[in-house]
Design a protein around this ligand. Sequence first.
Ligand SMILES: Cc1cc2nc3c(=O)[nH]c(=O)nc-3n(C[C@H](O)[C@H](O)[C@H](O)COP(=O)(O)OP(=O)(O)OC[C@H]3O[C@@H](n4cnc5c(N)ncnc54)[C@H](O)[C@@H]3O)c2cc1C
Ligand code: SF4
Length: 327
Amino acid sequence: MTMPNFAYTRPGSLKEAIQQLSSGGARIHAGGTDLLGCLRDGVFSAKRVVSLAQIPHLQEIRPTKEGGVQIGALATVAEVAGSGAVRERYPALRKAALEVASPQLRNQGTLGGNLCQKPRCWYYRGEFHCLRKGGDRCFAARGENAYHCIFGSGGICYIVHPSDIAPVLVAFEAKVRVAGPKGARWVPVEKLHVLPGEDPQKETVLKPNEILTEILLPPPAAGTRSSYRKIRARQSWDFALAGVALALQVKEGRVEKARVVLSGAAPIPWRSGEAERILTGKRLDADTAAQAAEAAVKNAEPLEQNGYKIPLFRGVIEEELTAIAKT
Ligand SMILES: Cc1cc2nc3c(=O)[nH]c(=O)nc-3n(C[C@H](O)[C@H](O)[C@H](O)COP(=O)(O)OP(=O)(O)OC[C@H]3O[C@@H](n4cnc5c(N)ncnc54)[C@H](O)[C@@H]3O)c2cc1C
Ligand code: SF4
């Protein structure tokens, strides 16, 4: 496939960028690692591509005075992984960033782009006019669905959210700042992504003329232990088959608060309320880990080819909880 023609602009301010995005048929260009492939392969089209590169301050990573960290949407995944404040306060975020793709892609891809990237379903990326592209059916439902979701499809669309970083941000209760024609608003990362049941053609709540400008991580509470673990089909770069982000507040060996968020599981980063309920108030030991892992997969709805994800998730959650108990 060849790249189609489109106008390319590099506005110097957020206001100008929003105006240009409001003209219709426009797309945001951050690092381009996902966008340009989608345009080249005809997954979607654009009359105009608006680069965020000239907008000041969007690349900054700053510790906040409250003890959190604010990260500009244009900070690269490599810069997030390399930030001292991230390493010190949010070890799971650093771990997840280092699990993303390859060093080249981490140097080019941005945090905002990672949160807003398009799904990897091969029908969607291929020449199939499926439901997510405005067609009338899902080809994965009865097709090749080994890498698709086991939660949250609503029987409509079976993508998994491709980001390794989003589940960790949900675990840490991070928020994103969204700028649009009517000003800016803060959205919890937990509410950023859209289930197929709400709208099968949208991945995020952003409107076409809204820009994700910053990510704000609140200060981690005392006694927080965090981790991210990802299982992939091959040792080299690949998306998650199954993964788990944990942020647990532990006091005297007992879990006071638990956030358990799965990757590779659902069309959005998937919070396991079942696992969180088992963990809360309990001593963090091997028995609790096994019970929480069992609870996390209890309501899974596998397709014909992805039933293997159930024992995979059970295993990875149990192992990661057992490992975090020893830290
Ligand atoms: C081969 C390959 C392997 C990969 N493996 C992994 C992996 O293992 N784990 C993982 O998490 N990711 C993986 N990725 C995804 C990668 O992390 C993303 O492509 C990258 O982070 C996107 O960032 P970008 O800046 O290049 O975004 P772009 O390609 O510029 O944009 C991506 C999408 O987000 C929109 N967008 C970008 N920035 C904003 C913003 N600030 N506000 C609103 N919308 C915005 C764009 O319009 C576009 O639709 C992989 C990608 C590739 C190509
Ligand atoms: S899973 Fe979603 S993206 Fe994939 S073919 Fe079905 S509707 Fe399209």
